[in-house]
Ligand binder design. Structure first.
Ligand code: CAA
Ligand code: NAP
Length: 246
């Protein structure tokens, strides 16, 4: 397979790290963003220790200006971006009647507006080169809703609306746009859920366990090769059987 340039947002996080590793193992040159430089460089050194070179660029993806600067920085280090994984995300869980405007706007800004902010600077180049892969990391809770997550579920459902519109607009340019919707994966994000609540959630997962980040990276990798060029606008659930809507 041809080696391409891939940008994974939030690549230093639990799921992002596995996506970065998977794309690198597939032969691609991979970049991600950091917000805290010391943390980013320490993570980069850790990847280097595993034999994986990752380009780093600063950027908060909730800011259109910073997202554009992030993309231009990555292009200057590695060349034009052919593969984009919109993975950066946060939670600010609260029942809606107690939710603050900040909890709403932070989650919409980081999880949904980021898709506009980072995709906008890469899409023209993909269209000119007639090849591209864009994958949104949404969530099971964007598909089924979740108690305490009106902000997060709205953003994650919005991400798939974004996917299916872009998929239609860009299909004739050799660009596929797809969504992966993970269930509960063992990362810091899920470990922040109170243990008692988390145990009740795990009890509802047919596989009887949380997922691993590698299992999400595998699903992302599925959409990347040339052979996947017919698959666009899909929403691939990877949730241990917890939700099987279609
Ligand atoms: N269904 C029905 N009722 C529920 C419920 C549920 N899923 N969860 C909580 N409740 C009820 C409780 O039983 C309780 O009822 P009573 O008042 O009658 O006792 C009431 O709601 C209040 O519950 P809490 O004490 O937990 O309330 P809280 O205000 O302290 O916390 C919460 C509310 C923040 C939503 C908390 O329940 C929570 O953290 N829930 C988990 C939310 C969740 O799944 N987050 C996922 C984060 S990871 C992620 O987002 C990744 C991904 O994509 C999968
Ligand atoms: P995580 O470990 O908390 O990692 C989140 C990553 O996003 C970090 O690298 C973080 O960087 C980055 N990030 C957050 N806000 C950012 C911003 N404004 N600008 C740039 N980067 C930002 O979370 P995760 O579990 O790997 O989640 C990754 C994605 O998967 C998220 O979109 C999440 O919603 C989704 N997801 C997760 C699960 C799950 O169960 N874990 C399930 C379904 C979907 P910093 O270090 O700078 O904060």
């Amino acid at each position: 397979m041809q080696s391409r340039v891939a940008l994974v947002t939030g690549g230093t996080g639990g799921i992002g790290t596995s996506i970065v590793q998977r794309l690198a193992q597939m032969g691609h040159r991979v970049a991600t963003n950091y917000r805290d430089e010391a943390k980013g460089r320490a993570w980069q050194a850790q990847m280097k220790g595993l034999g994986i070179d990752v380009a780093l660029a600063q950027g908060d993806v909730s800011s259109p200006e910073q997202a554009e600067a992030l993309v231009r920085n990555v292009e200057s280090q590695l060349g034009p971006v052919d593969i984009l994984v919109n993975n950066a995300g946060i939670t600010r869980d609260s029942t809606f009647h107690r939710m603050t405007p900040e909890q709403w706007t932070d989650v919409i800004g980081t999880n949904l507006n980021s898709c506009f902010n980072v995709t906008r600077p890469v899409i023209e180049g993909m269209r000119e080169r007639k090849w591209g892969r864009i994958v949104q990391i949404s969530s099971i809770n964007g598909q089924k809703g979740q108690y305490g997550q009106a902000n997060y579920a709205a953003a994650k459902a919005g991400m798939h609306g974004f996917t299916i519109s872009l998929a239609q607009e860009n299909a004739k340019f050799g660009i596929t746009v797809n969504t992966v919707s993970p269930g509960y994966i063992a990362t810091d994000m899920v470990m922040a859920v109170p243990e008692e609540v988390r145990n009740k959630i795990v009890a509802q997962i047919p596989t009887g366990r949380l997922g691993n980040p590698e299992e999400i990276a595998y699903a992302v990798g599925f959409f990347i090769p040339d052979e996947a060029g017919w698959i666009t606008g899909a929403n691939l659930s990877a949730n241990g059987g917890q939700y099987m809507g279609w």
